[in-house]
Write a protein that binds this ligand. Structure first.
Ligand SMILES: Cc1cc2nc3c(=O)[nH]c(=O)nc-3n(C[C@H](O)[C@H](O)[C@H](O)COP(=O)(O)O)c2cc1C
Length: 341
């Protein structure tokens, strides 16, 4: 793959300069969905391509990480990185160790959902940029102590995992508050907004709120290169933003033991409605429901299988290539921002 030239966007932020990007966008490291092809396409489009290392499955990480680097010309390698779910690394960190041992070093490693300080030391020792995703202000001191080059402020609108409804903040207030905090306590640390950003309005707004750019998940999940099933992505194209919910229902159905206070936003389908007010019971007696869910997955029946998108699903109306998607968001956002002088 070769570069797409967005020369007019080149100087937009500290973030684009740090990673030699042409637009201030990072692909969210979506577990199992952001594979090598999607990360490479994002790098080609001028964005930071973060492979979704997720739960740290070594075979998957080796395959998709290698694919990302092999799919890109060497000049684009500084736009490739990987993300991991931090609490899971406390149980199994071989995939992180493998990545840090590669000749092709990642430009960045992103950690989310837990205390990343122990793993951050290894990343910084390898001279790799550290990105830490937070959901609340009170997580910032720990992320700064870990040595984050970039903070991602994730609002509760986001697809996939994040803070539960009691604890989550909205992107629109979290981002400027984090920007103010960083300006006071760690002005050299960059800031990306995440949660609900799926078009040029969202990207421009994120920058106006004080972010150096945006992490985009749901919108890039519904692209050709994403590893999710086409039938699942198609569900997002027709859904609107009222049709998602946060809960632990799909974590229990998948047998994932996520720690408090994190849960999961996805389309609120029939199996979700069936269990959303009985999560404690579901946890105690999951077998039948898990079988029901597994059958739904096998049959691509989305009344039972999950579709992992956030509120931004209402802004997603097609399934383009990642390059076309990023090109449109970045170009239009630049035009909108010019209007603000
Ligand atoms: C399908 C999917 C999987 C995700 N998996 C991860 C993950 O493994 N690690 C992570 O840090 N964030 C993950 N996220 C959250 C993203 O990092 C990001 O915060 C979120 O996608 C931003 O909100 P948006 O979906 O509205 O763009 C995931 C999001 C989605 C949609």
């Amino acid at each position: 793959m070769s570069d797409v030239n967005f020369s007019s966007l080149r100087s937009t932020s500290r973030f684009t300069r740090q990673f030699n990007l042409t637009c201030p966008i990072a692909l969210a490291p979506m577990a199992g969905a952001a594979g090598g092809a999607l990360a490479a396409a994002c790098a080609q489009a001028g964005a930071l391509g973060l492979v979704g290392g997720g739960y740290g499955d070594l075979d998957w990480v080796q395959k998709e990480y290698n694919k990302a680097f092999e799919s890109c010309e060497p000049a684009l390698h500084p736009r490739l990185g990987i993300g991991f779910i931090t609490w899971r690394l406390q149980q199994e960190a071989s995939a992180l160790d493998w990545v840090l041992d590669q000749a092709f070093q990642p430009a960045a490693v992103m950690f989310s959902f837990g205390d990343s300080r122990a793993f951050a030391t290894k990343v910084r020792a390898a001279n790799i940029a550290l990105i830490c995703q937070v959901q609340r202000l009170d997580q910032l001191p720990m992320a700064i102590e870990a040595g984050a080059t970039v903070i991602v402020a994730q609002g509760g609108e986001a697809g996939g995992h994040g803070m539960n409804s009691q604890m989550a903040r909205g992107t629109f207030t979290l981002v400027p508050e984090v920007a103010d905090w960083l300006a006071k306590h760690s002005p050299e640390t960059q800031l990306l907004a995440a949660g609900g950003i799926a078009d040029s309005r969202g990207l421009a707004a994120a920058q106006l709120l004080g972010a150096d750019g945006a992490v985009i998940g749901s919108r890039l999940w519904v692209t050709k290169e994403c590893l999710a099933l086409t039938s699942a992505k198609a569900q997002s194209v027709t859904a609107h933003g009222d049709q998602t919910a946060r809960s632990s229902v799909f974590d229990v159905l998948r047998g994932l033991d996520w720690p408090h206070p994190y849960d999961f936003r996805a389309l609120r389908n029939e199996i979700h409605r069936q269990w959303e007010h009985q999560v404690a019971e579901l946890k105690h007696y999951p077998d039948n429901a898990q079988q029901d869910y597994a059958e739904g997955l096998a049959q691509e029946d989305y009344t039972r299988a999950h579709v992992t998108v956030g509120e931004a699903t209402g802004l997603i109306h097609d399934m383009p290539s990642a390059v076309d998607c990023i090109r449109q968001i970045a170009t239009e956002s630049e035009r909108r921002l010019k209007g603000f002088g």
